[in-house]
Structures are given as C-alpha cells and as structure tokens.
Design a protein around this ligand. Structure first.
Ligand SMILES: O=C(O)CCC(=O)C(=O)O
Ligand SMILES: [Fe+2]
Length: 354
C-alpha cells in the first residue's frame, strides 16, 4: 500500500511527484519556492465552468448523469474514477474542517501521535490555549534516584497537557512539547474501524466509535451516482489526512477493503493541492489535477487499482483559493480554525471495508 522502494525512485509516478513537489530555489538570497510548470494540471473548476457556459468538454472527459447540483466528471483513461468539483457548499466545508480538528482526532480514534505519546485528548484546544504536553512527573526527575525509577519502570510514560507555567515549575528535566507543534505535526487520524498502519490492515479489535451519521449520509449521497440503483454505500472507516506546506502523500494503492466496486469517497478541504492518479504500476505516467476545498473524488472499480498521491499543496494567498472559507471563519471564536486552515489542507477519505 504505502511506501516506496529504490526502484520507485525512477518510475514515471515518481518523476511526476518530483515535478510538482515543493523545492526551494537555493541560488537566490531570499528562500523562494522553485517555479513549477502547472500547464499540464487538469483544472476541473474551469472545465466545469465552461461546460456550464457552452456544454463543451476537453477530449477524454465525460459527464455522468446524476441528481447532484454539480456535474460529475469521469476520465476515459481511468474507468471508476470520478471528480465532483465544488461538491460541498462552503458551510459544509467549514463544518468538516472543524470536526477534523476537534472531534476526529479524539480517542479512541487514533492519530500519528499515538505511537509516541499514547492517546491525546483535546489537542486542538490545547494548542489554542498555548498548552504544553509534558511527561507525567513519575517519569521525569531532577536527581539520580528518580532517573533510576524511570529506567526500571516498565510502564509506558503517560503524557498530559499542562499550561506553560505548570510545565516550567516542574523543573528542567521533564520532556515537553508545545501543543501547537503537535498540531502542526498531526498527519492523520482514523475514524470508525481503525486502520493499523504497522500491519496495513483494519484491526477490528481496536476500540472505535461509529462514524458520525452526518458523515455517513454525506458519503452515501456522494457515492450513489456511481453505484447500481438500490445499492447503498456503507461508511465503515475513514482516514483524515492533514497537510501543511511541504507535506506530501506518496503514491500508493488503497487495496485493503474487500469490495472494490464500492468507491472511496475522498473530500478535499482547505488549501488547494495537486492530486495524481496513475495506472496499475508506477511506470504509468499519472494525470495531475487540482483539488480545491469542497471537491470530491470517487475511486471505484479499476480506479481502485491505480496509484495515486498528493505531491503538493499551495498555501500562498493567490493559489490556496480559500477566500470563501476565510469569510465564513471570520468570527472571533473561529480564529484558531482560520489560522490553521490558511496554511493547511485536510482530506477525509471514507471507505466501506466489507
Ligand atoms: O489527500 C488526498 O487527496 C488523498 C488521500 C488518500 O489517497 C488516502 O488517504 O488514501
Ligand atoms: Fe489513497
């Protein structure tokens, strides 16, 4: 599934990833992103606008019948791949951004931080309140005898959020990390049935909550046009990916679910990014397309066997294209959400596992 080999470094997919990835121009004094040629990147927003104006579409792109308010486009080269530009109204985008930062990373849902710190409660609120994550007192010490306790203790250290002054008063030897740093380093959380990255499979024995009904219904509605009449998509698991500037998601396949006729429903939120959809091997040159806040991608059938990934996100004002989100998040109480999303992209991809 995820991961790369030395050979992968030389493939057509890898070349495309390198083409779009953020590199800095080191020849100039001021650190500046290396310019990238974006002329080959498919822009479904402008395709959709001209389709509405004059009914014309570039060759190889087809609309499919549906009763959603926006058209669904499919690609001749990638059966089972569907793109719904602007599928989510901005209010709904705000809702899922908020949930992705506040509710979705809450235990028993797991995040990339679990492996190091164990379950973390209220990470977003802690970052907003300038808290610091510190190791429980019994695991850090100021003299040698306490250090011995640490070394002989077989328990995993527990970490808790504390306010800055609390952290300082504990003396200098406690390990601590600002919550804001942990929020920036949040890369994924898993909802519903938990995906175990180390075993690359779903682990039904891990405790989990049901995916919120509103998200299940949304996924069901988005998936419906790609399913035979009467078949209903069952949202059983979801992965939330968080991207900051320079973060990428390497080429991979999502092949751990049983029924590939059911699509993966993948929604983009926040800053614009580039999504690559390749072929069944990394040797096939991928197509690149922009993914904006509110876009939904569906991958079913043969598209489930295609390598895909995200080599780039754009956080500069001109390219991020989040002005409508900025307007909606302009209230004082949403300022922390706005600060985060101004420089981030979130992707929620929802899966039927069985
Ligand atoms: O971020 C995206 O658009 C793609 C995410 C993805 O492919 C995955 O999580 O499997
Ligand atoms: Fe994926």
């Amino acid at each position: 599934m995820y991961g790369s080999t030395e050979d992968a470094e030389r493939t057509a997919f890898r070349k495309a990833e390198k083409k779009y990835k953020l590199y800095y121009d080191t020849t100039r004094k001021k650190k500046q992103p290396r310019p990238v040629d974006l002329s080959d990147v498919i822009d479904f927003k402008s395709i959709s606008e001209s389709y509405h104006r004059n009914g014309e579409l570039p060759s190889g792109i087809f609309p499919i019948q549906c009763d959603l308010h926006t058209p669904i486009f499919s690609l001749e080269t990638h059966p089972g791949f569907y793109f719904i530009p602007g599928a989510l109204p901005v209010e709904e985008q705000c809702r899922w951004i908020k949930e992705s930062l506040t509710r979705f990373p809450q235990p028993p849902n797991r995040t990339n931080h679990n492996a190091i710190y164990g379950p973390l409660q209220d990470l977003f609120a802690a970052a907003k309140d300038n808290k610091v994550l510190i190791q429980e007192e019994q695991y850090c010490g100021t003299n040698n005898s306490e250090v011995e306790i640490i070394q002989s203790d077989i328990n995993v250290p527990t970490w808790n959020f504390s306010d800055q002054s609390g952290a300082l008063s504990k003396g200098g030897t406690c390990k601590s990390v600002p919550a804001s740093v942990l929020l920036r380093k949040l890369r994924w959380s898993t909802l519903g049935m938990q995906f175990d990255w180390s075993k690359r499979s779903y682990n039904i024995s891990l405790p989990h909550n049901k995916i919120p009904d509103a998200l299940c219904l949304l996924a069901e509605r988005m998936a419906a046009p790609t399913l035979p009449l009467g078949e209903v998509f069952q949202a059983e698991a979801a992965i939330v990916n968080y991207f900051g500037l320079g973060d990428t998601l390497g080429g991979h396949l999502d092949d751990m679910e049983k029924d590939w006729s059911k699509p993966i429903v993948s929604m983009s939120l926040g800053c614009k990014g580039i999504f690559l959809i390749g072929g069944k091997s990394r040797e096939v040159p991928p197509l690149a397309m922009f993914v904006r806040s509110g876009d939904v991608i569906l991958m079913a059938g043969q598209a489930r066997e295609c390598f895909h990934g995200v080599p780039r996100i754009f956080t500069d004002k001109e390219n991020a294209e989040i002005s409508s989100l900025e307007l909606l998040f302009s209230d004082e109480e949403d300022s922390a959400l706005l600060e985060y999303i101004k420089t981030s992209r979130i992707n929620i991809n929802i899966r039927q596992v069985f």
